[in-house]
Every structure is written in C-alpha cells, then in structure tokens.
Design a protein around this ligand. Sequence first.
Ligand SMILES: [Zn+2]
Length: 320
Amino acid sequence: MNLDTFVGQKEIVFALKKALKNPFHAYIFEGEKGFGKKLLARVFSKHILCENKSSCGVCKSCRLFEASSHPDFHIIKRQEDKKEISVESIREIIKDLSRGPIFSDKKVFIIEEGEELSISAQNALLKTLEEPPTYALFIITCNNIERLLPTVLSRSIVLSFKRYSASEIAKILEQNGLEPKDYIVKLCKGNPKIALDFYNKEVQNKRDYIFDKLLCYDGASFDLIKEFESDFEKLKNDFEFLFKNIIYFLRDALFYKKTKSIELITNTDKLEKIIEFSNKHTISHIYKLLQDFMILEKYPDANVISDNVLDMIFLKLSGG
Ligand SMILES: [Zn+2]
C-alpha cells in the first residue's frame, strides 16, 4: 500500500503527499480507534524513507522497510506489562537521535497510542520537539488527544482522522479480499476496524453469544446488565464492537416492535432473532434496556443515537 492506494482521509493524504519533500518534524494523527492512523503512519514513513520519496518498493530503503529491518525506522509503544509509555523509552529515542540516519535522509519514529505517554515522557519529548535535528521525524498516533500536553500539540501538526464514507468502507473491505455487505457497512458507522471485525469468526461467535444471551432475557427475573458485566471481563478486547452490537440489536428490536416492518432493521443477518426478541417484550421493556445500556457505556455515538432516535421514540411513546 502507498499514499495513492490508501483509501479515505483524502485531505490528510493530500497534505502528507505535499509534505514528502520537506516534512515538518512532528505530526499527530488523532481520531477514533480503528480509523487507520497506525496504517497511514507506516505508509507515510515508507514514502519518507524511500530513496525516490515514492514508496517505490525497489530501492534499498523500501526493501529494508518491507523486511521490518530499516535502521532509520522505529515504532515506540507501551510495553504490555507497563501502564504507560515511560520516560525511559523517550530517553532511548533521544539517545538514538544523537546519531544521524544510516540509509535515508530522515530518521522516523512512530509513537503509537500517544495518549499512553506519561507526563514525564511527554516533557522529555518536548525538548526534542523544540529543537529537533533536521533529520528527525515523529508521528504520534493518538485516540485521545486530550491526554497530550498543549505544549506537545503546539509543536506538532495535528491531523484529525474522520469517519469513512460507506463507499470507502466497501473499498477497504474489497482491498482486504472481503465481500462488502450492506448491514456491515451500515453497522460499522464509518469505522473500518469495526467493519473488518465483522469478518472475524471469533468476534462473530461472540456476537452470536451476546445475541443469544439477549434472547434468554425474560424481562424481569434477572438483571441483564449485571449478567453482561461478568461476561465483559472475558469479552473485553471486543468490548466496543460488542457493545455497539447490543445497542443496535435493541434499537432494531424497538423499531420492529413499533413498525412491524423490517425496513429499518440494521442487523439484517439476524432478523429472526430480532423479531423473536421483539415479540417477547413490551416497548417500554426494550426501551428501558436500551437506555440502561446507553447510560452504562459512554461511547461517543450514544449521544447521537439518543438525539436522533431515542428522543423521537420517547416523544411518540409519551404521546408527543
Ligand atoms: Zn523506495
């Protein structure tokens, strides 16, 4: 993949292409998890290090990059047993930066999930960002920009990743050898990682498990949220994906209950389960569950669903 074949984020790709010959010393790629920040950081780095600035694939630099053994390219991330990216990791970068690049005219450092940089790590980085050697290039990917110090932000170019369009999601799925399906393109809400997750058998099994659990819910005798809380520990790696699924499942059930039509259902691959659930419960029951799950989770889309869908339903329920 190169900057020409990268799908989506057109404005950012345009800006990066323009910067290839004379890049700034620090970029921050910020946006929701799953938006392709790490991928684009690697794609951009390969271009920067390429002898032809084109990610040509044939120069020595490109070949080293593809073999993951480019001496001028480094990825820094939190070690699994640590809570944050420590100041020591940054000191190592600074030490490394005292020597110039070996093959390329730049030395590239990607810091992944920059929100995990400790404050002292950020302060250590700051000195280098203030007076960087001409060959230094930093790309910090970040899911939560509020965790970065304003002084770090002000010494970097911040590029904000946006949601992908439906056609871009479909293109990404095709690039990955997957057949785009309408319900997946809709459910992923412009997030390619969520779309790709749908094709993962293990994740799909967990989705089925969650939906079956929802179907077992009898509406009164046990606390469904408590039930899920114990499961979330073992499902936590897919937490966001599964949570969105629960909310969309309940939303679908509510729509079906209200309209008796399958037209508004998003989980079109699970029609039977949604209809069964919907027939089993009253509108207020499903509504209450949906509300509880949305309050429980602070995921950013909750407000959007609340404003656009729930308020409308609530108005109707209350006779407005
Ligand atoms: Zn090359």
